[in-house]
Design a protein around this ligand. Structure first.
Ligand SMILES: Nc1ncnc2c1ncn2[C@@H]1O[C@H](COP(=O)(O)OP(=O)(O)OP(=O)(O)O)[C@@H](O)[C@H]1O
Ligand SMILES: [Mg+2]
Length: 260
């Protein structure tokens, strides 16, 4: 099987990108796939979902992280770290990613800088899936991520402002299809849902009118166990399998696999 690259994108902050990325990654690993997660965000939350705070800070200061992969000071094989779960590895982020746009423009401002760094890894087929957690921005760094992406998943928070800017994100991703013909928006997943609130119903109704984009049937409802899990450097699917949100992420993963 060729390595499939899935990115979790939405420039709306706090929409559930990192939580969804970490849990789908863990569910794929549980199904027997070899998975690499790449933390593309300077907030380092994806790294913290799989590694201890000490380990994350150590990779930050030792330059064994994505920033120095992009700068050319590290090779990808040198900076991938095993997580607590066998079969799931992490390419950690760095606070230095706050300067990623300057770095990329300094290297010619091209969209294929990340793909150049990952080409041989993807070609080797060592991983079944590479999942990338994208920061809540749109710029050259996000274009670099979309350039190597096969499938985009857009987590949308079912909140009053959750839909604001969504059309812009979709058209931004669609623009990138010009330089990456294989790029596909797999679907929108509704997160942090409270089914009793009107704005959940409003969000669902609005999304039903957006013909060209799939909205996953499986939703992720609000669940405080997610925060407990994150406090323990674990996705909820690894921390407490019996949690409602863990079951919802399992079902979402089944649905994702159906469409890939
Ligand atoms: N289903 C849920 N129930 C309760 N809390 C949730 C749920 N999903 C995410 N959260 C919480 O909401 C916050 C934002 O989630 P997350 O970090 O996944 O969003 P994000 O889109 O990655 O944010 P950012 O744009 O800052 O990267 C986190 O504190 C997380 O613990
Ligand atoms: Mg995030």
């Amino acid at each position: 099987m060729n390595t499939k690259v899935i990115s979790f994108t939405n420039n709306k902050g706090g929409s559930g990108k990192t939580t969804t990325c970490s849990n789908v990654a863990y569910c794929l690993k549980e199904r027997g796939s070899k998975v690499l997660v790449i933390d593309g965000d300077m907030q380092m939350n994806l790294s913290l979902s799989f590694l201890s705070e000490e380990s994350v800070m150590e990779h930050d200061s030792s330059k064994d992280n994505i920033y120095y992969l992009l700068s050319g000071e590290r090779k990808v094989s040198d900076i991938i770290v095993p997580s607590f779960a066998e079969g799931l590895s992490v390419l950690p982020s760095s606070i230095r990613l706050s300067e990623v746009e300057e770095l990329l423009y300094g290297k010619g401002g091209k969209k294929d800088i990340l793909s150049g760094c990952l080409r041989s890894l993807i070609k080797s087929g060592e991983y079944d899936y590479i999942l990338i957690d994208v920061p809540p921005t749109l710029g050259l760094w996000v274009k670099n991520i979309l350039h190597i992406t096969d499938h985009v998943i857009i987590p949308v928070e079912a909140s009053p402002w959750g839909l604001f800017g969504l059309a812009n994100v979709i058209s931004y991703i669609n623009q990138e299809k010009k330089s990456n013909k294989g790029l596909d928006i797999l679907g929108i997943v509704l997160t942090k849902v409270n089914t009793r609130k009107n704005y959940y119903k409003d969000t669902k109704e609005y999304l039903a009118t957006v013909d060209e984009i799939r909205v996953f049937d499986n939703i992720i409802r609000t669940d405080s166990t997610i925060e407990w899990a994150q406090d323990n450097s674990r996705p909820v699917t690894a921390y407490r399998k019996s949690a409602r949100s863990a079951g919802e992420y399992e079902a979402l993963t089944d649905e994702i696999l159906k469409y890939m």
